[in-house]
Structures are given as C-alpha cells and as structure tokens.
Design a protein. Structure first.
Length: 118
C-alpha cells in the first residue's frame, strides 16, 4: 500500500484546513487508516483513525470536537478536516494504514506540514 498525503499549509489560529491521503496498491487488505502528527522536538502522536469498512472513528483528546476524519472508499482516500486550529496544532502530519485491527500501522505516507500562526 502506498500513501500520498496532501493539503497542508499555513493558516491563522481559528482557521481550517483539510488534509487528504490517497491510498494505492493493495488497498483491499486495509483494516484502518489514521493520521498522526509530529511537532518539532516532540514524539509522533496519534491524531485520529477510521476503520476502512465500518463507521468507527477514534480521536485524540486534544482534537476532539475540532477535527473530523472521514473516508471515500470509492477513491481510496481519507480526509482530516481540521477546524478551530490552534498554534499547538502546528506539526508535520502523516497518514498511515494498517492491515491489522489493532497495534502498529504498517504503511506510512510522507508528511505534510501544517503551520498555525497566532
């Protein structure tokens, strides 16, 4: 599975961005997809995930109520709608996919930079 993330950019605090992650290859094996982020000097952290064939989503507490993960199975694409952005949301955002129901993700895309100015 290959993943291509896009949609990052510079936005003012309170603004919105939508990230996209297009999957290709053996997508039929995927069980879930997710978004992670890594801020400068910090570890990579989980942001949100979605099951590929069921409407089951998970969110980090820090983004609940502000971010929404969704998918378009026909186009093998996952989205992350980010609203009410804060400077602390600034990070490189990565999409990931897994063939497994739980545990580590197997496939990773390149990151896309999100910068939120105050």
């Amino acid at each position: 599975v290959q993943l291509q993330a896009s949609g990052g950019g510079l936005v003012q605090a309170g603004g919105s961005l939508r990230l996209s992650c297009a999957a290709s290859g053996r997508t039929s094996s995927m069980d879930r997809m997710g978004w992670f982020r890594q801020a400068p000097g910090k570890d990579r952290e989980f942001v949100a995930s979605i099951k590929w064939t069921r409407t089951v989503t998970l969110y980090a507490d820090s983004v609940k109520g502000r971010f929404t993960i969704s998918r378009d199975n026909a186009n093998n694409t996952v989205y992350l709608q980010m609203n009410s952005l804060k400077p602390e949301d600034t990070a490189v955002y990565y999409c990931a996919a897994s063939d497994r129901k739980y545990g580590a993700y197997d496939y990773w895309g390149q990151g896309t930079q999100v910068t939120v100015s105050s």
